[in-house]
Design a binder for this molecule. Sequence first.
Ligand code: SF4
Ligand code: SF4
Length: 474
Amino acid sequence: MRTCASSSITDDPQPAAIWRPDAPPRFHLLAKPSGSTCNIDCKYCFFLSKEALYPNEKHRMSRATLETYIRQLLESHRMPEVTVAWQGGEPTLMKVEFFRHAVDFVEKYRKPGQIVKHTFQTNGILLDDEWCEFFKAHDFLVGLSVDGPREVHDTFRVDRRAQGTFDLVMNGWKQLCKHGVEFNILCTVNSANEHHGRSVYRFFRDELGAKWIQFIPIIERATEQTIQLANRGWSEQEGRKRVLYTQTGNLVTDRSVGARQYGLFLMDVFEEWVRRDVGRVFVQLFDVTLEAFFGRHLLCIHAPTCGLGPALEYNGDLYSCDHFVEPGYRLGNIHDTHMLELIASPEQRKFGLDKRDSLTAQCRNCKVRALCNGGCPKDRFALSRDGEAGHNYLCAGLELFFTQSRHAMETMAKLYHDGRPPSDVMETIAIEDKRRGPYVPCRCGSGRKFKFCHGNNTPRHPFDPGSSEAQRTS
Ligand code: SF4
Ligand code: SF4
């Protein structure tokens, strides 16, 4: 395996040789400057196992790789806006100084008129004044990983001593607020919070003041041979090293979200959002779904094809996608081949087109296909209704969400088309709720009457002892 130490930036491939008419004008690369190394040990995080790809190496991006990366990224883009996106592992392990160099390299290689945005995904634990002053000074958008209130966050997001990390993350959140840093919340949906969509959402909105929220389903695949090990977690356990996680097997761990439950979770959030928060809180999947009504696909997962979201490891190795950092999907190394050439390669094109070309018959004939597009290929390990292999594990939930939210989405799309704000949908829904009355089944699919479900606006903390939700949990 080539390491960055052997690279010389003067040898690096130059852009003149790689510009080609069929290269994508833009892409969204996720860079992992500390590889998969992290300072905590979340039980569902199979990314931790990726250290097995580079045994006996210190997973830290060198200055030379950093410069090559930034230069090639800016050279490659033919659209004015470029995003420099950092994630991990945990990128704060690289120290602020590394990112000061990144910002300097952006200034050095920025083309006239090019607008560069910086994003940074973190567990928040190491955030302090120095980090937040830096983020604020350079207008970083910081993604903070939180799975909900303490009761659910601490189930899986733990440190190496298996202690919950909620208090540490909240310290990081306070630092972001203190310095006025823009942040969004990245929340995984897993077996601990899958029944608490509305409560988790309210916590982010009301207690963290979040304006942007992203939900990511946890689906950890395993085989008959690996399921027991996988259920114990991806941590380094006594007597064994981590096992490299790959996208194989058609079983899922106990921590994974249930397929239909994922849809119910999304609807639980949606029915709250669509009555109160349209235009003031932005939930990524809701925005993406609304845009799809206009033929625009903002998220690879629900776009017809993908392949424009490669992942860069600390040593310059480029992989097809952050979810496919495994040997069969290594495109090459940016010290040997310009990243644009790797992204425009036949292998990567095939990777992206396979998303469309491998749809099952059930997907091809699905009523919500234009919104869903079969979801992410990494999740296609189930059987379709006709018994066809390669169907999306989450289908039951995706179909539920795209079907049940459709009426409100269509209303928002029409409002937008007519030059009115989509937030006017809240008036329409209020009128419809009144007309339907309190004792009809709630639209979220819970099976409860509206009055006792999304028609109930009690602001009480849902995890308080005695609340109906807390009783369901216990
Ligand atoms: S494999 Fe999934 S996450 Fe990766 S680029 Fe394709 S749709 Fe996106
Ligand atoms: S809802 Fe299910 S059947 Fe429809 S496109 Fe999505 S994964 Fe395929």
